[in-house]
Write a protein that binds this ligand. Structure first.
Ligand SMILES: Cc1ncc(COP(=O)(O)O)c(C=O)c1O
Length: 455
């Protein structure tokens, strides 16, 4: 097996060559970028959408493919950051949205559609008795945390090192702390995610190492008197689809119960794993759950829900509601109609198909790495996966610091020039229209890349 150190010079060469080829093949995207950079800082409205030298501009999506302004057609293996579980423009969703468009796009009252989508989610997710919709996953986690604070009367939150829960201040802590900045691995210190987040927020956030139950318990016990909640993803998304180990998640849930903390499961991404969410797969019952992505059928969405006694904090009808929850476009009928049509498609056999395809793919990628003698660890669960160019297994955020981001970037451009769209960080997910030919196409490109690396 080659070492990363031995392979990186070759990866650098490949990256330089592929980036140049990308620039040559995408002149219209470059021109578009120059134009929109004048009015949009960095040319985008989402940091994740930028990559140097310029991102390609998408003009359409169909099924599992996207077409850019230069006419390049690529297999979409990121699906708007896991959102498009049915792929681009699924006919049933488009039909539902078109019908709703003829009736209106935003009302000041319940459209009836939000009741239907809420009923569907409550029926699917055993722990969710009541739910509220938002416009993004970030707002969902923000409101869930606010509810936990109000319910317990305590101020602090515990989150995982490497955990991502959106863009509000108290969760933008220790998402990707630079190497050496986060203190001891067993007892991480909180690190602000960027300028503009008040350092005072650090006082309210306790950091837990993922997949380390003993350390997590000690930290929770030490801070229990001031903690409102613990918030956790069943699979660390931003770190590169690193799943929780079952004992860790179950143990954390139990410890939160024992200490009287609200246990919030962030299923914004993991809800694509099972009809009942990752909580069904892991066999846990959170107090609150956050949703986003797939439940809006490709339109802006988020939600939070769970125990009736906690959700009662929002119930202004009975007078028990003490937390106002605003949002002009919350539960707008376009999103709701797309969400309902999506949920209708998502039967047990659809999840089984997607998850089975993911399991096989992870095995095939691992075998490829071994055959080509490239150190690769393929993480993920169900339809989400990532190749970590790493000499060690990846169980938590710290482990990713030893992997090669240069090799990811080289693979990303290699893919772009051969009809595959990954995320630049290497995270991938599958959508329903993907079949064996597309999987074969992706594997062939990865194999070609690994062969070029080892040459
Ligand atoms: C686990 C998790 N929580 C919350 C969010 C925030 O959702 P949104 O981007 O819709 O605000 C994301 C987004 O990627 C996420 O992956």
């Amino acid at each position: 097996m080659a070492t990363l150190k031995e392979l990186e010079p070759k990866a650098k060469e490949i990256l330089a060559r592929e980036r140049t080829a990308y620039e040559e093949k995408n002149p219209k995207s470059r021109a578009a970028f120059e134009r929109y950079s004048r009015v949009l800082p960095g040319g985008v409205s989402r940091t994740l959408c930028y990559f140097p030298p310029f991102p390609c501009q998408t003009v359409s999506g169909e099924g599992c493919f996207m077409v850019d302004v230069d006419g390049n057609r690529r297999l979409d293996l990121f699906n708007c950051a896991t959102t498009l579980i049915l792929g681009h423009r699924p006919p049933a969703v488009i039909k539902a949205v078109e019908e709703q468009l003829t009736r209106g796009t935003a009302y000041q009252t319940n459209s009836g559609l939000e009741t239907v989508l809420a009923e569907m989610l409550v029926e699917r997710v055993a722990s969710v008795e009541q739910i509220r919709f938002t416009n993004s996953g970030s707002e969902g986690t923000m409101m869930a945390i606010r509810a936990a604070r109000a319910f317990t009367g305590r101020a602090k939150i515990a989150k995982m090192e490497g955990g991502y829960h959106g863009s509000h201040d108290c969760v933008e802590i220790s998402v990707r702390p630079p190497a050496g900045a986060g203190g001891p691995a067993e007892r991480p210190t909180p690190v602000v995610g960027s300028a503009g987040i008040n350092r005072s927020v650090l006082n309210d956030v306790i950091i837990i190492p993922y997949n380390n139950l003993e350390a997590a318990k000690q930290i929770l016990v030490a801070h229990a008197a001031e903690l409102a909640c613990v918030i956790v993803e069943p699979i660390l998304g931003s770190v590169g689809f690193v799943p929780a180990e079952r004992e860790f998640l179950i143990g954390l849930r139990e410890e939160a119960r024992r200490l009287g903390l609200v246990f919030i499961l962030d299923e914004v991404q993991s809800f694509r794993l099972d009809r009942g969410g990752a909580q069904k797969l892991f066999g846990i019952t959170p107090d609150l759950t956050c949703f986003g992505k797939i439940i809006g059928g490709g339109f802006p969405v988020g939600a939070f829900g769970g125990r009736r006694d906690i959700m009662a904090l929002f119930n202004t009808a009975t007078g028990s509601g003490t937390i106002p929850h605003a949002g002009t476009f919350n539960a707008n009928p376009i999103t709701m109609s797309a969400g309902i049509a999506t949920m209708e498609q998502l039967t047990g056999s659809v999840y089984a198909r997607l998850n089975g395809m993911g399991d096989r793919l992870r095995d095939q990628l691992t075998a490829l790495g071994a055959r080509r003698q490239v150190p690769m660890y393929v993480s993920g669960i169900g339809s989400m996966f990532k190749i970590h160019f790493s000499e060690a297994p990846i169980r938590d955020y710290r482990a990713t610091l030893g992997s090669s981001s240069l090799m990811h970037t080289a693979l990303f451009f290699f893919g772009l020039n051969r009809g595959i769209f990954l995320s630049e960080g290497g995270r991938c997910c599958l959508s329903l229209p993907i079949g064996e030919p597309e999987i074969g196409m992706y594997l062939a490109v990865v194999e070609e890349f690994l062969t070029a690396l080892a040459r």
